[in-house]
Design a protein around this ligand. Structure first.
Ligand code: PAF
Length: 282
């Protein structure tokens, strides 16, 4: 497995693979990889001849008061995980390689990004769309793999690919959880032992909300309120949102029917803003 830091090196390698008729899978990440990322890489390895993993903490998707500086980084551990999972190439650029001084072009979206995380993180999806578009142009993959934990990001990327006629397939992969249910996230490492105990309430509320719908509840506000009450019942939790939306529009719904996304974001202990969700067809 090679680790490269320039766009040129990635392009040369991918061109060589394509000349040999090989397919290329791509897993974009911000590093500090965990079993969630590992599952994406393994799926990509199973479905493609070669797999590129990008590790780039993208400054453009962080707001001024967010955790860009403290975002965890460990290239050494990441390389071992990628190699063991079967990746062929890591692309690990410096910010200057991705954004030269004169940089002034962006990919933006409305509608899908006006709700959920887009409301509390106003610049986030413009940064995600711009960097993912750039990475797709650099890697030119046949397929790219994203986690369903970031359900809104997955919907946004799928929309961007469709709207801008990008020639690749986007594949969503299931949420990977800790033994107690907490969704795996690089940001879990911010949690103190006390906050870690409280954080399990996110997945508990997700499982409860899902069960309510499976048992026949169709009033979105009843499910949302029950989930909020559960989250508020433990210390150190500060709800950003608990929403049930139509997965195709990200618009809130009153009656639960069709393809729905129930998504939550909770600040835990003032240390980490964590997200979780479930999707269902009712
Ligand atoms: O999900 C992430 O880790 C990031 O948002 C992504 C897709 C790598 C873009 O920076």
């Amino acid at each position: 497995m090679k680790i490269v830091s320039t766009i040129n090196e990635v392009r040369q390698q991918v061109k060589a693979w394509k000349k040999e008729g090989k397919t290329v899978g791509f897993v974009p990440t911000m590093g500090y990889l965990h079993e969630g990322h590992e599952s994406l890489i393994k799926r990509a390895v199973a479905e493609n001849d070669q797999v590129v993993v990008s590790i780039f903490v993208n400054p453009m998707q962080f707001g001024p008061k967010e955790d860009l500086a403290s975002y965890p980084r460990d290239l050494n551990a990441d390389s071992i995980l990628c190699e063991n999972a079967g990746a062929s190439l890591i692309f690990h650029p410096e910010p200057e390689e991705m954004y030269e001084d004169a940089f002034c072009s962006y990919v933006d979206m409305n509608g899908l990004t006006d709700a959920l995380c887009g409301l509390s993180r106003p610049v986030h999806f413009r940064g995600v769309c711009t960097v993912v578009c750039k990475l797709f142009n650099i890697v030119a993959p046949d397929r790219a793999y994203f986690g369903e934990k970031d359900a809104q990001q997955l919907a946004v990327v799928k929309r961007m690919v469709k709207d801008l006629n990008m020639d690749l397939e986007i594949i969503g992969c299931p949420i990977i959880r800790e033994a107690d249910g907490l969704a795996k996230s690089s940001r879990n490492t911010y949690l103190s032992p006390e906050s870690r105990k409280s954080a399990v309430i996110l997945s508990k509320s997700i499982f409860m909300g899902k069960k309510m719908i499976e048992d026949g509840e169709r009033d979105a506000s009843k499910v949302i309120n029950a989930m909020k009450d559960m989250i508020n019942s433990v210390p150190l939790t500060d709800i950003d949102y608990v929403e049930i939306v139509d997965v195709n529009t990200m618009k809130s719904i009153d009656e639960i029917k069709g393809e729905i996304l129930c998504a939550i974001a909770v600040n835990v202990g003032g240390e980490a803003r964590l997200i979780d969700n479930f999707m269902m067809t009712v």
